[in-house]
Design a protein around this ligand. Sequence first.
Ligand SMILES: Cc1ncc(COP(=O)(O)O)c(C=O)c1O
Length: 389
Amino acid sequence: MDRFLNDNHMLMIPGPITVPPRILRVNSRPMINHRGPIFQKIHEYCVDGLKKIFKTDEGEVYIFASVGTGAMEACVSNFFNRDDRVLVLVNGNFGQRFVQIANAYGLNVDALEFVWGQYADPEKVKDHLSKYPKGTYKGVLVQHNETSTAILNDLEKLSPIIKEHGALFVVDSISGMVAAPFEMDKWKVDVVAAASQKAFGCPPGISLLGVSKEALNRANNANLPRFYFDVRKYHESYKKGQPPFTAPISLYFSLEESIKMIFEEGLDNFQKRHIVLRDSVRSAVKALGLKLVSDDSCASPVVTGVFSPEGISPQDIINTMRKDFGIVLAGGQSQFKGKIFRIGHLGFIGATEIFSTFAALELTLDKLGYKFEKGASVKAAQKVFEENM
Ligand SMILES: Cc1ncc(COP(=O)(O)O)c(C=O)c1O
């Protein structure tokens, strides 16, 4: 019998993640009128809270009923004209998705590829853009946190290079938002996508789009086809305190609760906790003698990629972790498929989840024949938490 095929498991994947009981409870509240006063208050609280989280006074944040890819599509469909040339910085699977979406909308797409596991080097971006007259690229699209390769790109360094070229700075922060510092106004980000099932700790189904004033102006004059994700509709409707279409009301309840929880902890503390989670996981992996996918200098605060030991398939590790311990890890994607496994460490979790994961991972690796010092990983993780208590 598989004991863990019901809801008795622990999600250690980079989203969807464990939804805290407080959020689960509000998710089951009775339905309300999406045009009524109760909903309007929730909507306004969410939009206002999201602006604080995105760190924007000047821009807007729109809420869609979709998964993150919907917001990625909105990043493309709203702000460009057919045949516009755009540059996508690709250092993983989700960069490739931006390329696919931009191609689907008939844009003229160049991909600047980086070695998987390494960040999008600002110097290389600068070199590339310097070969073209300013304004050649109407937009530069990049992941904040590239989940597939477990790296965090340096948006602060990329920003002046992209703005100097005169391009829209378009960011997928679907897995980065809330967990990693993000400064929409200060970093002059024009468009940013996020999603509910990542560090917000909500179920999947809400995506978010931050839009600068400049991007909104572009949207008013852009000619690509769009309807549900048309930011002009959201902009007009939000002036009345309402979404343009029926809202995903249960998910709004969740999002409202999540935002309250984030502010109760404090956004800075929330982000510092993710650094501790990152460091504890990386320290534990190193103690096992396993190789990390990303370098310390660009390590993701929400997910850690680990190369499977020689002769052991990552899928066997993932299967054993799930079947024997009910702990769910993620596999690799695209060129990392069959080579790595990934540990998600985001949302409202702490030391308990990390200790359990490594205690179980040690027994799993031992069962699969990998040799290491028993107890070393849990001890290494404990040390990081002890230093940060
Ligand atoms: C960086 C990044 N972009 C985009 C997506 C796609 O989001 P969704 O699966 O919600 O469509 C993900 C999902 O993991 C992601 O991590």
